[in-house]
Ligand binder design. Structure first.
Ligand code: 13P
Length: 253
């Protein structure tokens, strides 16, 4: 089992005031109710990171993540955000390779390998997303697709660097659709991912990696998903925008 992690991916949602309200509410409830062995991560849009970081710094098991970063360290890349900038604001995690970025911004496995490297070189921790689309699932190709995503973006790392990566398995057909993977489907893919890591890096490294499930995870289905042997938590979209739901999910262990 990896460390228990529940991360909220706010995606491109919330204006300034609402972002601050949500972060404050999450922190206040987490202070009273969250077990210290659960790591809670909030991933707001870039513009909110600094404020949200300030609001959360009092709670030791609440961390902040970005939703993306540049492959480059600095320079003439208009509109991009470097990992060094994120580091200078005390940001701890970076989501990489979310399916929305793969689909809409054509992020490739190769580009994500570069992003993984630059995140780790700067001492931040990647939350690396993988997952198959519906047609791939229907064609029985989910292991092939997820295997390639991991091998092509992460397996160049040495064991020490790899141990810092958090993996999020997010079947694309379950994201924002209300259709959650069954516990059997989630466990099967998580076990496959852990097995692949064990083959490459050994069982000890594989057992220490947190593999999160993402895709229509809600307070109602989180307990059964998190009870699966190889599910170490969740990457939560819609439900992370409601403080009560997000914390209830984090309390589902
Ligand atoms: P939903 O929880 O809204 O399905 O989104 C999941 C997700 O994409 C998290 O990154």
């Amino acid at each position: 089992m990896g460390k228990k992690i529940v991360a909220g991916n706010w995606k491109m949602n919330l204006l300034k005031e609402d972002a601050q309200t949500l972060a404050s509410e999450v922190v206040n409830i987490a202070k009273d109710e969250l077990s210290s062995d659960v790591t809670l991560i909030m991933c707001p849009p870039f513009v909110h990171l600094s404020e949200v970081k300030k609001l959360t710094s009092a709670v030791s098991n609440v961390f902040i993540g970005a939703q993306n970063c540049s492959t480059e360290a600095s320079g003439a890349y208009t509109g991009e955000i470097s990992v060094g900038m994120l580091k200078s604001y005390g940001i701890d995690y970076v989501i990489l390779g979310h399916s929305e970025r793969r689909e809409y911004f054509k992020e490739s496995n190769e580009e994500l390998a570069k992003k993984t490297d630059i995140v780790l070189e700067n001492g931040l921790l990647p939350i690396f997303c993988c997952g198959e689309v519906l047609a791939e699932r229907e064609g029985g190709k989910q292991e092939e697709v997820v295997g390639s995503q991991l091998k092509e973006s992460l397996f160049h790392l040495d064991a020490e660097a790899f141990s810092k990566v958090v993996i999020a398995y997010e079947p694309v057909w379950a994201i924002g659709t209300g259709v959650t993977a069954s516990t059997a489907q989630a466990q099967e893919m998580h076990a496959f991912i852990r097995g692949l890591i064990a083959e490459k890096y050994g069982q000890e490294v594989a057992d220490g990696i947190s593999i999160l499930y993402g895709g229509s995870c809600k307070p109602g289905n989180a307990p059964e998903l998190f009870a699966c042997k190889d599910v170490d938590g969740g990457l939560i979209g819609g439900a992370s925008l409601k403080s009560r739901d997000f914390i209830d999910i984090a309390k589902s262990y």
